[in-house]
Design a protein around this ligand. Structure first.
Ligand code: ATP
Ligand code: MG
Length: 396
């Protein structure tokens, strides 16, 4: 019996080259070792276009499942690292295919080591012939084989494999910089956060809390959401902004139908200031076009007018059904549906403006000194670090 001994991590076709490619691979390698830190016997190796995880008798299934959540991985193959000698390749390929179920097979060879004495076709034929001679009921089918046996001859070794699964795709977390992500306790914003991370952008989160209208329960909910997102980013900084006074001032000074528009403009002003303070070049949110009054494109235009910072809305065109599907997949759904009040739900007017006008909104805002309230809120931010790592303090 022969055992697969490595997992080959593939990046797919990288559009990046040179230094960016190096950064990509180094970041991915760091993320992979971090994600697999609980598996004590693994070893790691990097080549110019693959990362190898040595299993050293660790069961492969949980390792592969964990790796499938690491962004920047195109595909994962469970491989056997063989001597490059043709006889060794033949014997190992035969032993591996005997473990497989199926009646037909195909051998496919890729030769990365151009100095190897045989070309791909010759290796394929030699191995296929050896398998046919030494098995009873396996036949070749080049179009639709039950078993695809791949051989990759590289400089350091030959890799033989039959199983490849897709990874999460995207880019390694960290290569895309950092966003200030607006996190509510709802379904959408944790999904949007996940999509940002999948694209390689790490997140800091900002949350607007309005005690006593909103309760501590919301904060526990956010902590649970972020603990789930720690699966993709092991340390997440959460900034909790005291929002009550700003919200009350809006309700004291503006007609009810404009309150949501004004409230969201204040949120974006605060997010913008914090993004600058924390050196995040962009802001992101869970907004989705048309979902509620404040998310019509006219509302987005008026709300977004308070900042030049790009606001990325990964869910802008995603239907709710699809958003829910992703939230279930990443494990945030059950936490998001816990019934705690959000500042938006509490102050929701009966008939919010779906077509607010920028000049009217700006005239309303002139009626009171919101800037000093914003300054005060920013001076009283509470920070929490949500992490799955042990050394919390180091990050503070
Ligand atoms: P979600 O499901 O993410 O709560 P939603 O459908 O309830 O979204 P809104 O309440 O209009 O929609 O909020 C739109 C986006 O604004 C949210 O996805 C989030 O990014 C941000 N947001 C809303 N409320 C807050 C809050 N209290 N703190 C931080 N961000 C918020
Ligand atoms: Mg919400």
């Amino acid at each position: 019996m022969i055992n697969y001994d490595h997992i080959m991590v593939r990046f797919g076709e990288l559009s990046t080259k040179g230094k960016n490619k190096k950064d990509f691979i180094n970041t991915l390698a760091t993320n992979i070792t971090g994600a697999l830190k609980d598996f004590k016997d693994l070893t790691f190796g990097t080549s110019y276009d693959h990362i190898y995880v040595g299993l050293n008798n660790t069961p492969y299934q949980p390792v592969i499942e964990r790796l499938q959540d690491v962004s920047g991985i195109y595909a994962l193959s469970l491989v056997y690292r063989s001597e490059k000698d043709l006889n060794a390749i033949k014997e190992n390929a035969l032993a591996l295919i005997k473990e497989e179920e199926g009646k037909t097979f195909k051998v496919k060879t890729k030769r990365g080591d151009k100095s190897y004495p045989l070309i791909s076709d010759e290796i394929t034929r030699a191995v296929a012939g050896h398998i046919l001679r030494n098995t009873d009921d396996l036949k070749v089918d080049v179009h639709n084989p039950d078993i695809l046996l791949s051989i990759e001859v590289r400089y350091e070794a030959a890799y033989i494999f039959t199983k490849t699964v897709l990874g999460a795709g995207g880019y390694p977390l960290g290569v895309g910089g950092k966003t200030m992500h607006m996190l509510s306790g709802g379904i959408d914003s944790p999904v949007a956060a996940y999509l940002m991370m999948k694209r390689g952008v790490s997140i800091e989160c900002i949350h607007f809390a309005s005690p006593p209208y909103t309760q501590m329960g919301v904060i526990y909910k956010l902590e649970d959401l972020l603990k789930t997102l720690n699966h993709y980013q092991p340390r997440i900084r959460l900034h909790i902004i005291p929002f009550t006074k700003i919200q009350e001032a809006i309700y004291d000074n503006a007609p009810e139908c404009y309150c949501i528009t004004l409230m969201r403009r204040m949120m974006f002003r605060l997010a913008d200031a914090l993004a600058k303070r924390r050196r995040c070049p962009v802001i992101s949110s869970g907004e989705s076009i048309g979902q509620v009054a404040s998310q019509t494109i006219q509302s987005m235009h008026v709300i977004n007018a308070v900042t030049n910072t790009p606001v990325i809305r990964p869910l802008a065109t995603t239907d709710k059904v699809e958003i829910i599907k992703i939230s279930k997949k990443i494990g945030t759904y059950d936490i998001s549906i816990r019934p705690y009040e959000d500042c938006c739900t509490i102050f929701t007017p009966k008939a919010p403006k779906t077509m607010p006008h920028l000049d009217e909104v700006e005239a309303l805002e002139k009626k009171w000194d919101y800037e000093s309230l914003i300054k005060e809120a920013l001076a009283n931010v509470e920070v929490k670090i949500i992490t799955s790592e042990e050394n919390k303090e180091e990050f503070l």
